[in-house]
Write a protein that binds this ligand. Structure first.
Ligand code: SAM
Length: 209
């Protein structure tokens, strides 16, 4: 598996992922641990893979793009992920040294991820609930990452960003979103819009119905 992980990282480099901190995290985290035993052979392919309940573990390239956008702007501190899914993205953020909080809407996925974090001895804090509302008790966050497609940016999440903190969120229609970054400045939010991606929907009070 180590060889296959190196191959995955080489492919990420060829596809333009250049941040050495991000590449090191991808080398460190064993992606196959986030797959069921019978599907581990697919763990190092550069594609999304079903994790049950109609959800997916995102493609490594997608995880690497989102992580790079965050690390370049807000390299340290406390990070909130919305959409725990398999737990892989949270583990990548943990490997980068962030203090990671993550919220998952589907309780069965939350329970599985929580168990896995404990087995892997990762100190990631997770809970089940509607992540569009953020985690007000733990705010402010230096980074927030939404790993599901949103119709617009949830105001609650913007409100939980620390000064200079960045929010990475795919925004658009079902099946096609533009990766978008908001960075909190003293008296405004700076907005940047990047490439197209396709995520499962962000469902909740400040997301899709
Ligand atoms: N980050 C995950 C990983 O590394 O495996 C992949 C995330 S998957 C593409 C999107 C996840 O967002 C799904 O598990 C879905 O249940 C979750 N989700 C959708 N709406 C949500 C919400 N309002 N709050 C929390 N999680 C949500």
């Amino acid at each position: 598996m180590t060889f296959r992980r190196r191959e995955m990282v080489e492919k990420l480099k060829l596809n333009g992922i250049a941040d050495s901190r991000v590449l090191a995290a991808f080398l460190k985290v064993e992606r196959h641990r986030f797959f069921d035993r019978e599907s581990q052979e697919y763990a190092y392919e550069d594609r999304a893979y079903p994790i049950g309940y109609g959800q997916t573990i995102s493609q490594p390239y997608t995880v690497a793009c989102m992580t790079s956008l965050l690390v370049e702007r807000s390299p340290a501190g406390k990070v909130l992920e919305i959409g725990t899914g398999s737990g892989y993205q949270a583990a990548i953020l943990d490997a980068l040294g962030y203090r990671v909080y993550t919220v998952e809407r589907i309780s069965a996925l939350y329970e599985k991820a929580e168990m896995l974090f404990s087995i892997l001895e990762l100190s990631i804090t997770c809970r089940s609930g509607d992540g569009t509302l953020g985690w007000p008790e733990e705010a402010p966050f230096n980074g927030i990452m939404v790993t599901a497609g949103a119709p617009h940016c949830p105001d609650s999440l913007l409100g939980q960003l620390a000064l200079d903190g960045s929010l990475v969120v795919p925004i658009g229609e079902h099946g096609l979103q533009k990766m978008t970054v908001f960075q909190r400045k003293k008296d405004r939010f700076e907005k940047e819009v990047f490439n197209d991606f396709a995520f499962v929907p962000l469902i909740g009070r400040e997301g899709w119905n």
